[in-house]
Design a protein around this ligand. Structure first.
Ligand code: FCB
Length: 456
């Protein structure tokens, strides 16, 4: 027995991935194209013009990948379903080959003693729906609700925990306003419309899933960044609040408080967000009740610890600076107290629901040495700190029930292509060889030591 661990019984230690970043096989099994397949082809969209057409070839290698996960003693796996593999045009009956693939994958997890945690949407919108307006169009949210209903029927027996949407902030602002993710638009009004419709999609999916699978545990995952003003100057403090509204509060307030709140409306009112629900408007009667319907858990993804300085040229009049950037290849920081603060903030200010850290991790310049090993002491340092921070948040009162490390495998890091390695398993892309990094062995031992009731 390990009695000194801060993590409660049943705590889910896991790893996370997303379909588009690992599966490859974009033209196989009846899959339809998504906005990412199209975005990749835009000049300059992806680092070095790279593509996820093969990625880590997980579509063909999923069995040995799950074998490796089991060998590493990882008890929980957060994965996403490709909407366009299941519903190639985003509407109509599910594609039987897609259903068969995911049934085999989910059953394969369970057969190996790995509990799957499934995400319905991790950014790969069917291209056909984009052509009909994408997330700025309300119809996309309606289609997502229908897709969720079909998934509940055909796959809902194979997992207990289901996340509707991963990081609406990225699927809206980074995608429709910043232009750095698919579909690469630069229009703030589109981004705000997308944000509301992604939340509505969450609400519609939650209701549809709940009706068909009353036992399922359902929630949404938000990216929550830790934000502090760069100085005590009033302009920096105001800039910090602007970014908090735009990055965090616009998503947390409607989901957990049932209203966008006056500060959010002050920022985005000109783009259609309203306090009252308006017939024919962006926020329509009934939307907020759907969006804030009781969930079973709150997903929190956390990566960045950011200082905000006033900058009239920046988004929302602000410039973001990472606290103590480290040699992570993103210049993000290794400051675990930020995760503790984020978990405490969400639990104190927003929700008493069980929290899951659905993603946390860092990219380093990992490479295989001639003897075929990969040494990543930086990642071990990072993980030791962040897992301890989760323990501190629990000790301070946050009800955290799980931690999913991003990522199991090195993979296609969206617009950064293959240049960012987040995995605890190294992937040699030309040969698709998998090499567990030192951090994978560290995580295996850590899990064994911190699983209450399990002797190590
Ligand atoms: C998150 C994404 C995930 C991965 C990590 C590094 O924002 O959800 O797919 O790209 O960042």
């Amino acid at each position: 027995m390990t009695s000194d661990t801060p993590y409660p019984a049943g705590f889910a230690w896991g790893v996370a991935t997303a379909a588009y970043q690992i599966e490859g096989a974009v033209d196989e099994g009846g899959r339809g194209p998504s906005i990412w397949d199209a975005f990749e082809r835009q000049e300059g969209a992806i680092f070095h013009g790279e593509s996820a057409a093969v990625a880590t070839d997980h579509y063909h290698r999923w069995e040995s990948d799950l074998d490796l996960m089991a060998e590493l003693g990882i008890p929980a796996y957060r994965l996403s379903l490709s909407w366009s593999r299941l519903q190639p045009r985003g509407e109509g009956a599910l594609n039987p080959e897609g259903v068969a693939f995911y049934r085999a994958l989910l059953a394969g997890c369970r057969a190996r003693g790995i509990e799957p945690y499934v995400t319905l949407y991790h950014w790969d919108l069917p291209l056909a729906l984009h052509e009909r307006g994408g997330w700025p169009a309300r119809e996309t949210a309606v289609c997502f609700g229908e897709y969720a209903a079909l998934v509940a029927e055909e796959l809902g027996d194979l997992a207990e925990h289901w996340t509707t949407i991963n990081e609406p902030v990225c699927a809206s602002f980074l995608s429709y306003s910043w232009g750095m993710q698919a579909p690469g638009h630069r229009d703030e009004t589109e981004a705000v419309r997308a944000a509301h419709h992604l939340l509505l999609a969450h609400g519609l999916a939650l209701a549809a899933f709940r009706e068909r699978r009353p036992q399922a545990k359902l929630g949404i995952t938000n990216l929550v960044s830790n934000l502090a003003p760069a100085s005590e100057a009033p302009a920096d403090r105001a800039a910090r609040d602007q970014v908090d509204v735009r990055f965090n509060r616009v998503f947390l307030e409607p989901v957990y408080r049932g209203s966008y709140g006056a500060d959010v409306v002050a920022v985005f009112g000109e783009h259609g967000l309203t306090l009252d629900e308006v017939e024919g408007g962006l926020v329509r009667p009934g939307d907020l009740a759907l969006i804030s319907a009781p969930a079973d858990f709150a997903g929190v993804n956390h990566y960045t610890n950011t200082l905000i300085a006033a900058d009239p040229e920046g988004w929302g009049g602000a410039r973001m600076i990472q606290v103590e950037p480290t040699p992570t290849t993103f210049d993000w920081s290794d400051t675990p107290e930020a995760l503790r603060e984020v978990l405490l903030r969400v639990s104190r200010e927003y929700t008493g629901l069980p929290l899951y850290v659905t993603e946390n991790g860092a990219a380093f310049a990992d490479y295989a040495t001639p003897d075929g090993t990969v040494h990543d002491p930086e990642r071990i340092h990072y993980l030791a700190g962040y897992t301890a921070a989760v323990g501190e948040a629990i000790a301070a009162g946050a009800d955290v029930r799980g931690y999913f490390l991003w990522s199991f495998l090195d993979n296609f890091e969206w617009s950064h292509g293959y240049s960012k390695r987040f995995g605890i398993v190294y992937v040699d892309y030309p040969t698709q060889t998998r090499i567990p990094k030192d951090s994978a062995h560290w995580y295996r031992d850590f899990i064994a030591q911190h699983t209450p009731g399990r002797t190590s």
